[in-house]
Design a protein around this ligand. Sequence first.
Ligand code: GDP
Ligand code: MN
Length: 383
Amino acid sequence: MDLYEYQGKQYFARFDIPVSPGATADTVEEAVAVAERIGYPVVVKAQVQVGGRGKAGGVKLASDRDEAEAHARSILGLDIKGHVVRRVWIERASDIAREYYASFTLDRSAKDHLCMVSARGGVDIEQVAAEEPGAIARRHVDPLDGFGIEEARAVVAEAGLDEEARDGAAEVLVKLYRCYVEGDADLVEINPLVLTPDGRVHALDAKVTLDDSAAFRHPEWAEWANLEELDPRDRLAREKGLQYVGLDGYVGIIANGAGLAMSTCDVVEQVGGKPANFLDVGGGASADVMASALEVINTDEKVKAIFVNIFGGITRGEEVANGIVQALGRVDIAAPIVIRLDGTNAEQGRAILEEHGSDRVLSLPTMLEAARRATELAGGVVR
Ligand code: GDP
Ligand code: MN
């Protein structure tokens, strides 16, 4: 789950990472009231889960009530890269001497945590990485070794942060690592981490991605989960407990097991089609689960055909087939369905599908044939 900046800052504050005091507002009136309470100058910031808000006019400084009102009015309702601003965060404006970058994330290929620090903060870090990779100091962190003040000092020095910022930045890094590990995050990023003219170092922005697999030990995350910006398909899938990722194509995909679901997407691509989604119904394929999966896919207007790819293992073919048939009875599906059923008792399963199937439901024995047919039915060009 991605957090909004203000939520990320609340999370940072729990780990004692210095952030500016502030509050959210959903209307211009509220925004003015908050600004008056905080005292000027304030900064009014669009709360959307997309970067580059500053450049898009979503971050503005206000030195009095009139400016706060004008900025709140221009930012609320603003469309930033397709995200409409419904809420602003208003905080006491900071004086900035220097802007840096700091983050921890998981480096999957190195199988370690990765700390990154740069003296070139405030700007898009991907751009820095592309133009001047040497400007980012990187340090892998073995979770068993941890990350203490010594490591923090080393990476801050390597990044070439200004002398007067080094102690403060190193302290922030140690706290940021704790936030990342104890806070069960996949990513914590501060851009910019600023040095103020009076020598303090603190976080002006917050990007936090929480590890959803750890949600069970963080009941306090629930209030944030409700506010998360989700595509309607993602929201429905989550409500139904399905592993769903929306994509841009036109062949809806349902498979059991994440590996099979990924291979299914690959095979559809390989024959020239475009997957509309990744959807893993899990190990089994009961009628309930299949019905939910079909329901989610059915809400996607881009889907012109559905490819159901199930490999019977512990769940036997005839159970899967019965599940699919029952699900078809419950959900009125707009697109034709191509089913490839294999594995344990596949023959019996296919016989059941044949018996109950209509001309809108087709069973094919191999993944490749099924992928081709689904792509054709969806109006795609098969290679
Ligand atoms: P982003 O563009 O979405 O990453 O939003 P940020 O929160 O990083 O803000 C963008 C830029 O606005 C920062 O890099 C700063 O230069 C500027 N900014 C943000 N907060 C303040 C502040 O309190 N004071 C000043 N002077 N500038 C700020
Ligand atoms: Mn930023």
